[in-house]
Design a protein around this ligand. Structure first.
Ligand code: NAP
Length: 258
């Protein structure tokens, strides 16, 4: 399917692997030129080489998107983006009594203020161009809290509130902002969480993994390709009437009627 976005320019944050990479790859397949980033130079360079094979231009930056410098580098490398995919690492798991004010500030910076700041920077450009797509990678935890991910639950819900209002303020200018809510996808982040569960419950890594897969109606983790292709659709010409939505990609794990 031609998504109608060939030749557009995208910033895809936190994208050397996992969900960010899945989004970058699906956009590359749709003919979108990319500016990608991650903190580890070697990994982002490898990702850039793979993505270039789709025949698109790829600028790879080794930077931390949650810092001022990181955001500046991204916007210098791509000063007129048509598409912005917001992503960063998720906060660590724990229990309510563990989390200090600093832990909350770090989570809010990474998973709420960083995407908001990037959105504020790119919106004037997109509004001027009368076209833009912004997708924020948040979490299923926005709809159904994961108790051990209290830092993530808190920060991402803040971003969701911001997007709910802002998306409606800019929709008439051809700019669509939506959130993608991943349930459990097979990435390094999930491996880390499975290791934590295995330690907490004193069970093997495989038992931890299987026990979590059993909670998903499809009986498996999601793939980064499924996630990326949904993201690319939200960035397509056909998604112009989708505004301020929270789209759950969870294999049916959140048990609700609506
Ligand atoms: P992942 O496999 O660990 O990949 C994270 C990617 O982001 C890597 O490329 C990493 O590279 C980069 N990154 C992390 N922090 C960064 C930073 N500050 N600046 C720039 N790049 C950064 O993680 P994932 O599973 O794709 O998860 C992506 C997001 O979705 C996370 O916020 C996660 O909490 C959320 N999420 C994931 C799932 C899931 O099932 N996977 C479910 C719900 C929510 P470097 O480490 O080299 O920077």
């Amino acid at each position: 399917m031609d998504l109608g976005i060939k030749g557009k320019k995208a910033i895809v944050c936190a994208s050397s692997r996992g969900l960010g990479y899945g989004c970058a790859e699906a956009l590359a397949k749709a003919g979108v030129d990319l500016t990608i980033c991650a903190r580890t130079k070697e990994d982002i360079d490898v990702a850039a080489t793979k993505l270039s094979s789709y025949g698109v231009k790829v600028i790879a930056l080794a930077c931390d998107v949650t810092t001022e410098n990181g955001k500046e580098k991204l916007l210098e490398a791509c000063d007129s983006p048509d598409i912005l995919i917001n992503n960063a690492g998720g906060p660590p798991p724990g229990i309510w009594s563990d989390w200090s004010r600093t832990d909350f500030i770090n989570a809010i910076n990474a998973n709420m203020l960083t995407p908001i700041e990037l959105i504020k920077k790119v919106l004037p450009i997109m509004i001027k161009n009368k076209w833009g797509r912004i997708v924020n990678i948040t979490s299923q935890a926005v709809k159904a809290p994961v108790p051990a991910l209290g830092l993530s639950n808190s920060a991402r819900t803040g971003l969701t509130g911001y997007v709910a209002g802002t998306s409606r303020q800019v929709a008439r200018f051809g700019v669509n902002i939506n959130n993608l809510l991943p349930g459990m996808h097979d990435t390094k982040r999930l491996i880390d969480l499975d290791k934590a569960l295995s330690k907490e419950k004193s069970i093997s890594f495989q038992e931890a993994r299987n026990s979590r897969k059993d909670t998903i109606p499809v009986g498996r983790y999601g793939s980064i390709e499924e996630f990326g292709n949904t993201c690319a659709f939200l960035c397509s010409q056909y998604a112009g009437f989708i505004v301020g939505q929270n789209i759950l990609l969870d294999g049916g794990a959140v048990n609700s009627t609506i």
